[in-house]
Structure formats: structure tokens, C-alpha cells
Design a binder for this molecule. Structure first.
Ligand SMILES: *Cc1c(COP(=O)(O)O)cnc(C)c1O
Length: 495
């Protein structure tokens, strides 16, 4: 199977190249030329397999230039109890007709671990296959969770270096502490004066800059990405939707082939796009429900077909979704149209901050997706009511998903059984969670999480509790225009 770009359908590269490069030279995103299929029989066979073997089966369909041994090496190393606190890797919690797919049992307590534990292995294998001898420099823009998960995945991986940029005031205190205390000889973490979009635009601009590429090349380095613009981030996320479906059949919760809805709290559109790919592969999915916080650009887009960034940016209690430019939407729109349209729309987006898709594309979008949003107050009320009713503690992002789903049901009366992606451990967003529980807010993050533990009886993950004793290593704060020089200076000084 070859890969092409959303802005160049004629491109033909291997999956190893797509993963090693991260983003296409003309600015487009890589994607497979066709979507492989999976049968219900194959899905049902998953129930006898551990997660890593399920992952192997899916990767074989997408990474056809990898050998079986290479894929197995990657999946076995990534999806083990060394990296995840449960044998099953993911868990499903049942709250009446809702199934919460807990994707946060990895080291950094957010769903990003599901892809970022395996990406370094995929990347190292890809580089080897392509005879790349240069050091691979991973640039990451993060709204909080990707940064830490990428640092954990890439720390001390030979032949790689990783630089993470996060918005100075745009991440939770726990997310910040996780990142700035990261050990590893090949890592660097830096705050940017701006929001996530500034970080993401800065990173994309460095990728597109030919002078930087040349300068890095003379230093024997080349860039790659660990954001969900990298196909190596997307592919691993398809697996858990299929795996969860197999688990629901196995547990007798759904019948063979029964359609389910999937709800995804969405920011960069990566996680929900993975669910869409699962559907196109053949997973029986009815509606894909795209849940946003007060930054509801996707809700508006799905109802009007107009993507308009000319609006206020809000900092919310679900910071990993505080995004106005959802990169992976480009892949979805390409699948529903063609490369010429993509170039057109994204040109307009660059020039005017806005584009409008035609009615044909809008109709196709609305057939597959429902979009909704809620604000911080509703998020908090949802955490509170879910805890009261089910003794289940949801994080702020997951709560957005639950609320949007409840609204969807009231509006449509759709009784389809529904899987909601639960994307983070509530301890990562202690202030909002504690407020929802009616506990005492304190200036100290660790006093707060202990208070949550007292109220909820949910154990604080060790990786978060351990942060209390760790001192910050990284203190740099730079302006968004200095990101390029910052990268170059660091690479020069590391040589
Ligand atoms: C990254 C993240 C999201 C959004 O996922 P996208 O793939 O960017 O849409 C939602 N919740 C949490 C906790 C996250 O870390």
C-alpha cells in the first residue's frame, strides 16, 4: 500500500517514508491511497488476543512495507504492562447505556500514550528501512497531553532528539509539571507566549522552511513530527475502536454486527478521524459525535460548512481541546473531495482565516458526523452529576463528551448504544474536577489531588503523585517568532 498527500494525489511513498517525514513537503498530510477493510469475523477473533496482537493485525493492513517481525517488535514493546497499568491496555466502564472507553491507563495518564508509546518504535524502524543516518529531531506543539506523552515515548531513544513547545498559560498545572520535570539526554521543553495554535503554526512554519532544512542537514539532522499530523500517530488510534467493539461483543453488551455510536472529545480532530477510519474499514458505526468545548469551531463547521477562525479563542477547563485549527480535518475533507479543493480551501484559510466547503461535502459530513459543544459550567455540572449518579469520576474532556452525547440523545432520541472516548485521568485537571466535587480549592496542586482522592476514592496514579518531589528542569519562555532560532541554536549547541 502506498501513501499520498492531501495536497498531491500523485505522490506515492511507503508508510515508512510517511512516518519518517511526518508532513509532506507541499504542506499536505500523508494518508494511505486506499482504506483496507476488516470483517466481522476478523474483529471477533480479537477477543482471544492480547491488545498487542490486535494492534499487529491492524498495522499489517496499513504498514505493508514493514515485515511481520518489525511490526511485532513495535507492538510488543509498546503495549505491555511496563507502559500501561492494566493488562488490557484500555478498559471499558459502563454507565447504563453509555460505555466509556478509558484510554488513559498509560504512563502520562492521557490517551496520547496509546499512539506515542508506539510511534518511536515505528519511527526508528522506518528510519532504518530508509537508511536514514541523520539524527531525527522531533518537533512537538502541544496543548498539554501530547508533549508529555511524546517526551515519555522518545526520551533516550538513540538517533532521536525531541523539542516540545507548549503555550505558556494554556496547559493545566499538572500537565506543565509533567513536562518541565522530564528527564532524558535528548529532550528539551519550552514555553511559548501564545496559545496552542501559535505553537502549532510555529512548528509547521519550521517544517516548511527550506533554510532550516538545509541548516539542519549540515548538522546531520532532519525533522519529523510526533503530532497527529504524522500518520504514525493516527494509525495506532484506529486500533482501540476496533478492539473495544470486539470487547463489547465478548461481554455480551452488543450483538454481532450491531451498530454503535462513537463520541470523541475533539481538538485537533485526530482521535475522531481515527474512529472514522475504523468505520470506513468496516466497523459497524452509526454516528460519529464530535464534542467540543467553548472553542466550538467544529460544531459550527459541521452545521454550516463554514470553517471560520476569525473568532475569540477561549482558555477552558479542557485545555487539550483549546484549538481553533484542527489539523486532521484536512484528511477528512480530502477523503470527501480531492487535492485541488484542499489546496483551495487551505489557501483561503491562510489568507482570510476562513473557508467554506460546497453543499455536496457538507451533506456527506452531516451524514457521518454530529457536532455539539458545551461550556465550562456544563462540563463541571456533568462531572458532578456523573459522580453522584454512578460514583464515577470523569475528567473535564471526557465530561464534554458525555454532555454533548446527552444533548444529542435529547435532540434525536437515538437509542443506539454508544462508546464515549474517555481521554484523560481526572487527576490531570484537578482544579475543575475538585470544584465539581465541591471540595476545597488550594493553591497547591498536590493538596488538591489528595483532596480529590479523599472524596472520590479513585487512587492517584503513581506517575502523578511522584511529581511532587521533582524540581523543574526547563524554564525557557520564548516569543512565537523565536521558535525557529531556538531550535537551530539548541541543535548547534548539542553537537
Ligand atoms: C488531545 C486530547 C483531546 C483531543 O484529541 P484530538 O485528537 O486532538 O482531537 C481530547 N482530550 C484529551 C485529554 C486530550 O489530551
Amino acid at each position: 500500500m502506498t501513501y499520498k498527500s492531501t495536497r498531491d494525489s500523485n505522490l506515492k511513498i511507503t508508510s515508512a517514508e510517511a512516518i519518517a517525514r511526518g508532513i509532506s513537503a507541499e504542506g499536505g498530510l500523508f494518508l494511505p491511497e486506499e482504506i483496507p477493510t476488516i470483517t466481522l469475523e476478523e474483529i471477533k477473533e480479537f477477543s482471544a488476543l492480547p491488545y498487542s496482537a490486535r494492534a499487529t493485525k491492524i498495522f499489517k493492513k496499513f504498514l505493508t512495507d514493514f515485515t511481520d517481525e518489525e511490526i511485532e517488535m513495535c507492538t510488543k514493546n509498546a503495549y505491555s504492562t511496563k507502559n500501561f497499568e492494566t493488562e488490557n491496555i484500555t478498559e471499558i466502564a459502563k454507565l447504563d447505556n453509555k460505555y466509556l472507553l478509558e484510554l488513559w491507563h498509560g504512563k502520562t495518564c492521557a490517551f496520547k500514550d496509546m499512539a506515542l508509546q508506539i510511534l518511536p518504535y515505528l519511527l526508528v524502524v522506518s528510519a532504518k528501512k530508509l537508511n536514514i543516518s541523520k539524527e531525527i529531531v522531533i518537533l512537538v506543539a502541544t496543548s498539554g497531553d501530547t508533549g508529555k506523552a511524546a517526551l515519555e515515548g522518545f526520551k533516550d531513544i538513540k538517533g532521536t532528539r525531541i523539542i516540545v513547545f507548549y503555550p505558556e498559560d494554556g496547559v493545566s498545572p499538572m500537565q506543565k509539571k509533567q513536562m518541565i520535570t522530564q528527564y532524558g539526554d535528548n529532550v528539551l521543553v519550552c514555553a511559548v507566549k501564545g496559545n496552542f495554535d501559535d505553537c502549532q503554526n510555529g512548528v509547521k512554519a519550521i517544517f516548511a522552511d527550506k533554510d532550516t532544512e538545509t541548516a539542519l542537514s549540515t548538522l546531520n539532522c532532519q525533522l519529523s513530527s510526533a503530532n497527529s499530523i504524522n500518520w504514525g500517530r493516527l494509525a495506532p488510534q484506529i486500533i482501540y475502536y476496533i478492539s473495544a467493539y470486539a470487547d463489547l461483543i465478548e461481554k455480551g453488551e452488543i450483538a454481532d454486527g450491531e451498530k454503535i455510536n462513537i463520541v470523541v472529545p475533539t481538538g485537533n480532530f485526530g482521535n475522531i478521524l481515527a474512529a472514522y477510519y475504523a468505520k470506513k474499514m468496516g466497523l459497524p458505526i452509526n454516528k460519529l459525535i464530535c464534542a467540543s468545548n467553548k472553542n466550538k469551531i467544529l460544531t459550527d463547521f459541521l452545521s454550516t460548512g463554514v470553517y471560520d477562525c476569525n473568532r475569540e479563542f477561549y482558555t477552558t477547563s479542557s485545555p487539550s481541546m483549546d484549538i481553533l485549527i484542527s489539523s486532521n480535518l484536512e484528511r477528512l475533507l480530502y477523503l470527501l473531495s480531492d487535492d485541488e479543493s484542499i489546496k483551495n480551501w487551505f489557501d483561503q484559510l491562510k489568507k482570510t482565516g476562513k473557508y467554506q466547503v460546497n453543499s455536496d461535502v457538507l451533506n456527506k459530513l452531516q451524514e457521518e458526523f454530529y457536532g455539539g459543544f458545551c461550556d465550562d459550567k456544563e462540563t463541571q455540572d456533568t462531572i458532578k452529576s456523573v459522580f453522584k449518579e454512578y460514583n464515577y469520576l470523569a475528567d473535564t474532556h471526557t465530561a464534554v463528551g458525555i454532555k454533548v452525547y446527552d444533548d444529542y440523545v435529547s435532540k434525536t432520541d437515538d437509542k443506539t448504544k454508544t462508546l464515549i472516548a474517555s481521554t484523560a485521568n481526572p487527576y490531570k485537571f484537578s482544579q475543575a474536577v475538585l470544584q465539581a466535587l465541591g471540595g476545597n480549592i488550594s493553591a497547591d496542586e498536590f493538596t488538591q489531588i489528595e483532596e480529590i482522592e479523599n472524596i472520590s476514592n479513585l487512587t492517584i496514579p503513581k506517575s502523578l503523585a511522584d511529581l511532587k518531589e521533582k524540581s523543574p528542569i526547563y524554564k525557557d519562555i520564548i516569543s512565537k517568532d523565536d521558535m525557529k532560532n531556538y531550535v537551530l541554536n539548541y541543535i548547534k549547541s548539542s553537537k
